[in-house]
Write a protein that binds this ligand. Structure first.
Ligand code: 4AD
Ligand code: MG
Length: 501
């Protein structure tokens, strides 16, 4: 028979059963004749109690020698325990050490972000990082579920490409048997060809952008999901995107509540958007909102809010610092953690106080015809508690393949901005399907018609109205997990200034 391992997430169904657990020491402390091991095995964490009276001398010696991230094998009895994580506890009968670790570099104390990013290969074991990767997995699965259940097929498009599709300034160039080629910025153009063969398709693959911007939203390698639908207009495209996002959020809320809790995600805003219609506005409305009196007042209020928040925090800090000197040992530890936490919140308030005036200036001075910057997106989404879909963009700032409205001024594109300041997670459009127009657009953009000849064929042979969009996976993970920066949404981020580990 196949040898089966027992995993921690199964233990609630193994009460009163003796099991073997294999894992790593997440945390360990001892108290007299007891050693408490928090063991993690990838599926979860379980408190494992070693009682000196109940194990061999060998096992006891092993238990007391354990340090963080030592690899171990335990044998013991599963008992129900309301107070423990996961509602169970292991009463250990034997302890075997696979490798004793003495100096694990990441301790429970606070580390700076650069320190942690340089040790990303180890940092991934920490609870919050573990939770984020699990939610990412849940989002990926939900996306496949959504499209597969609607008759879409997944198709894969090339990564080596001979041409730009999303602007020539963000191309990664590489050598392909002495020919200059680029890493794919998008799979869309190939997706369009596949949609003409299959009707409904989606791609799910890595995409590359040499964006020279170090922001919390930009990676140079990220994963994009790009559905493409024959016979869909812009509105059907938007309806699909809205249904998809609701479906992803609903699945994650149902299956990953424990992970969201570990991430301290306030899920009320996610719950709300499943029930409500997304906001749909045009570019012109968005510009009006940005430059309005109301937005200016809103930002002033936000500044006031942060000022009083900061004052409150500093008061709180004073109070507990006074308590610290006379506190008992266990309380001292608690207070020290609190101080770290409050200081972090003060830093955040200060950062906001530096930023919000800049956001205000950028919003007020926004000129028609430009693209929204990161802070403009934040300011726009602040006004809604659901995602905002912005359509009808000045054609000049959008890609050559987007269809234009009857006035020829606006591109039938749609950006979806996630709420709570997360900004653009989806970019899509109805595609230009007219042969003469697409030829003219390619020429106007100074693109080489020869490399696009196959793409133009799609307008020569059975052209139909069609639409699609691209969902950025990492930005979606950041939003759903409530993470501030995309660097924590992918196992090994690639972004400007970082290629290791
Ligand atoms: O808006 P974008 O550039 O659209 C396209 O590439 C279209 N071809 C998609 C389509 O219609 N099939 O990119 C789509 C999404 C963005 O909304 C964003 O979520 C993500 O991809 N994205 C990035 N994510 C992380 N880092 C970057 N540098 C990103 N650039 C785009
Ligand atoms: Mg975009």
């Amino acid at each position: 028979m196949e040898k089966q391992l027992t995993y921690i997430h199964q233990l609630k169904n193994r009460i009163s059963v003796e099991v073997d657990l294999s894992g790593w020491v997440y945390n360990v402390r001892s108290s007299g004749s007891l050693v408490f091991i928090e063991c993690r095995d990838g599926s979860g964490i379980c408190q494992c109690v070693v009682n000196k009276e109940e194990v061999s001398e060998e096992s006891w010696e092993a238990a007391v020698s354990l340090k963080q991230e030592s690899s171990i094998r335990l044998h013991g009895l599963v008992v129900a325990d309301e107070r423990s994580i996961g509602g169970v506890e292991l009463q250990v009968q034997s302890v075997e050490i696979l490798q004793l670790v003495t100096e694990y570099p990441i301790t429970p104390k606070e580390h700076g972000i650069e320190f942690l990013m340089n040790r990303r290969h180890l940092w991934l074991r920490s609870q919050r990082q573990w939770a984020a990767m699990r939610v990412r997995n849940g989002i990926i699965f939900a996306i496949h579920n959504f499209f597969q259940s609607r008759g879409f097929i997944q198709t894969d498009t090339p990564i080596f490409t001979p041409n730009a599709a999303e602007g020539s300034t963000t191309l990664f160039e590489t050598d392909y048997f002495d020919e200059k080629v680029y890493l794919a910025q998008t799979g869309q153009l190939y997706g369009e060809a596949l949609a003409m063969a299959h009707g409904l398709i989606y791609t799910f693959g890595p995409t590359f952008r040499a964006e020279k911007s170090k922001t919390r939203r930009h990676l140079s390698e990220f994963w994009m999901i790009e559905p493409e639908m024959a016979f869909y207009d812009l509105e059907m495209n938007m309806d699909l995107a809205e249904d998809m996002l609701k479906s992803i959020v609903a699945d994650v809320l149902m299956n990953y509540s424990h992970e969201l809790e570990l991430l301290e995600r306030d899920i009320s805003s996610l719950q709300r958007l499943i029930e409500k219609d997304f906001a749909r506005i045009q570019y012109n409305d968005a510009v009006d909102i940005l430059t309005s009196e109301k937005t200016s007042r809103l930002l002033d209020e936000l500044i006031q809010q942060r000022v009083s928040e900061k004052e409150e925090l500093i008061k709180e800090l004073g109070t507990i610092q006074k308590e610290h000197s006379s506190a008992k040992k266990w309380r001292k530890k608690q207070i020290e953690n609190l101080i770290v936490d409050i200081n972090m919140r003060v830093d955040q308030a200060e950062e906001d106080l530096r930023n919000i005036p800049k956001w205000k200036k950028s919003a007020q001075e926004f000129t028609w015809g430009s693209d929204f910057g990161g802070s403009d997106e934040t300011v726009l989404t602040m006004q809604y508690d659901v995602p905002v879909m912005i359509t009808h963009w000045p054609a000049e700032i959008k890609a050559f393949y987007m269809k234009r409205d009857v006035t020829n001024t606006y591109a039938l594109g749609v950006d979806i901005l996630a709420p709570e300041g997360y900004g653009e997670i989806v970019g899509g459009s109805q595609r230009e399907d007219n042969l003469e127009v697409i030829l003219a657009r390619i020429q106007q953009e100074g693109l080489d018609p020869k490399v696009f000849d196959w793409y133009i064929d799609l307008r020569r042979f059975g052209s139909v109205p069609h639409s699609g969009f691209g969902l950025g996976l990492e930005r979606t993970v950041a939003w759903i997990c409530g993470l501030k920066h995309v660097r924590e949404t992918i196992a090994f981020p690639r972004m400007m200034g970082r290629i290791t580990p």
